[in-house]
Design a protein around this ligand. Structure first.
Ligand code: AMP
Length: 303
């Protein structure tokens, strides 16, 4: 079982969907990622929160065995994100992003963190993602990265630098088109791979996830759910399942990546069933195994 290091946001989110509204609830790319990946492997989280961050949220991650040695409390307010979804739950509209304590956060990795073989650079300022990579003692076996329109617009140069040093990128379809300046997703995936990563995973919300590794494609549909309440965190939980599985297996080959894509889809399918991390906190290993089996039935060709 390989250690999995993650840097990203730990946040308080305010979210509105056609099915409800929540204010200052637990969120953040690294939070969703860590929680999901903790079902598979040892996760070590690097991030910062403000003095206003509730203790109970930290306990939630601790209870899952997530190592919080790299999580600091800075003076000031926790990162905040506000978003809204219309009936088309595939696209989040950002209403507000407050970097707060992340505005001048510089992570400092302790000894135990510098040798992690699996690294996930969750959605956060690409300068911070680079900062973490610079501190690694040896080249990790697998570096994966996620990002979003906010950074594609605001920090594209730094983002391209960190992409050049990554093995895998997970990105949603609209952002892939934006980053590649290319409307066709196949061409966009190739253009993004040309920046550096061998593997490009394009997340397509309810339409599934498309993976391109060394130019070859693999596709997994989203699990057909009757009730989707809040898609926030789907992308990060997807990445948590994907990377968590690979780290647990200590594999990075194409066959393992295919299964990882299914585990990512399994984890994402739970997140969207409730607001914040609510559904994930009711999850057990048997639920994950059952849904993996259901996915198998869903995509199997022979009866
Ligand atoms: P997703 O998995 O793509 O739905 O990501 C949702 C999470 O991303 C939310 O919980 C937010 O707190 C977080 N987030 C939103 N905008 C940013 C940003 N600019 N940088 C880092 N994290 C963000």
């Amino acid at each position: 079982m390989g250690d999995l290091l993650v840097v990203g946001s730990v946040a308080l989110d305010s979210v509105e969907t056609p099915f409800g509204k929540v204010h200052d609830v637990l969120g953040g790319s690294a939070t969703y990622f860590s929680y999901a990946a903790s079902f598979f492997t040892q996760v070590r989280l690097v991030a910062t929160v403000g003095e206003d961050f509730p203790e109970a949220h930290l306990r939630l991650l601790q209870d899952r065995g997530v190592d919080l040695d790299g999580l600091t409390t800075s003076r000031g307010r926790t990162f905040r994100w506000a978003g809204q979804y219309s009936y088309d739950l595939n696209e989040a509209k950002t209403l507000d992003t407050q970097l707060n304590v992340f505005a001048d956060f510089r992570p400092s990795l302790g000894d135990g963190l510098r040798r992690a073989p699996f690294v996930f650079l969750a959605n956060i300022d690409p300068e911070l993602q680079l900062d973490v990579l610079r501190q690694m003692e040896a080249r990790p076996r697998l570096v994966a990265l996620d990002t979003m329109n906010f950074w594609i617009q605001g920090k594209q140069e730094a983002l391209r630098r960190v992409l050049a040093e990554s093995d895998v990128v997970t990105i949603n379809d609209a952002e892939a088109r934006q980053l590649a300046s290319e409307p066709n997703l196949v061409r966009a995936a190739r253009a993004i791979a040309a920046i550096g990563p061998r593997t490009v995973v394009v997340k397509r919300g309810e339409y599934g996830a498309l993976m391109m590794t060394d130019g070859a494609f693999f596709f997994v549909p989203a699990y057909p759910l009757e009730s989707v309440y809040d898609p926030t965190g789907a992308g990060d939980t997807f990445a948590g399942g994907f990377m968590g599985y690979l780290a647990a297996q200590e594999r990075t080959d194409a066959a393992a990546m295919r299964r990882a894509l299914v585990y990512g889809s399994v984890m994402a399918s739970f997140t969207v069933e409730d607001f914040s991390l609510k559904r994930l906190t009711r999850l057990g290993p048997a639920d994950i195994a059952d849904r993996y089996a259901a996915f198998h039935d869903l995509i199997r060709l022979e009866q």
